[in-house]
Design a protein around this ligand. Sequence first.
Ligand code: NDP
Length: 337
Amino acid sequence: MPRSNTQVLLAARPTGWVTEECFRVVEIDAPTPNDGEVLVENRWLSLDPYMRGRMSDAKSYAAKVELGAPMVGSTVGVVLESRAPAGSGLAPGDWVVGAFGWQSLGVAKPGALRKVDVTRVPPQAYLGVVGMPGVTAFVGLYDLAEPKEGETVIVSAASGAVGGVVGQLAKLRGCRAVGIAGGREKCDYAVRELGFDACVDHRAPDFEAQLAAATPSGIDVDFENVGGPVMDAIFRRLNPFARVSLCGLVSQYNATTPYGVTNFHQLLVNRVQLQGFIVSDHLDRWPEALATLGRLVVEGKLKWRESIAEGLAAAPRAFVGMLRGENLGKQLVRIGA
Ligand code: NDP
């Protein structure tokens, strides 16, 4: 059994851009499970943009991380020891998804964990394409925006964990899928590997002209991940009765001055439906979404890439890098062998 637990704590609340100095890595004694609990060795940690919000004092939909406490986050790992009842369905060696945060070990009751089958899907995919980001894409696109065959769907952060699934689901619905991503490499990946019809580089000097060329019939669905000037440019091209699934505003998470949208009136004149959503409000949809995504993965119809940081000490650097767009695909931390 491991003797120590590596944790990454919130050491300081960022003002503006988060830095590596906002985190502290510590080693503490390994936890021991009480009666009814299991001990889990976390193998993979998911890094997600929402974690930036948890570092802040500002009021939000979820509680902030306290100073000196481990950062929150989803993990996938292996049960090392079980003191859970025999009928709990968990035994040593089982793979489980949990919310243990940025640490190498954790104890929990079985009800707080989801056992996963790693025989046909790699374990870390349960933090990405068949996990929370995949469900976010499914709910935000299919349930909320209801795209129809032949419509144009645009998604920002298109090569990322959520955006990559959105584009592929849009194609499976018979839509024209257009991505927006930072840089040529990401755009090429979205088109050549994920099957987007087009992908526009938001850093290109002629971004708006490229966006117009990629959306000749306008935009019917905006799966909005980014906000700021990218969203403003999208608003200018929305069609009458377009739908905006407002999933994230990652360009704003480190901003000290909020971006002022100039094309807001387009929502009125085009009678646009804009729906902000948080995937954890849609728990009733998770089983169907996960079953569909899992089937698509096994059938080879959903592809993804991963950016992997090695070890928890590398997590702060990878987290800052992800918010700066240095990741390609799902950002993960590999915790142990
Ligand atoms: P990603 O893997 O897409 O990583 C974040 C990406 O954001 C970066 O790679 C970068 O991509 C892009 N980005 C960062 N800053 C900017 C900027 N200024 N302008 C344009 N793009 C920028 O992350 P996820 O797929 O995990 O998350 C995508 C979005 O979905 C986030 O906004 C997140 O908060 C949201 N989300 C919302 C959920 C909900 O329930 N509502 C649940 C899960 C995620 P690039 O280099 O292409 O610009």
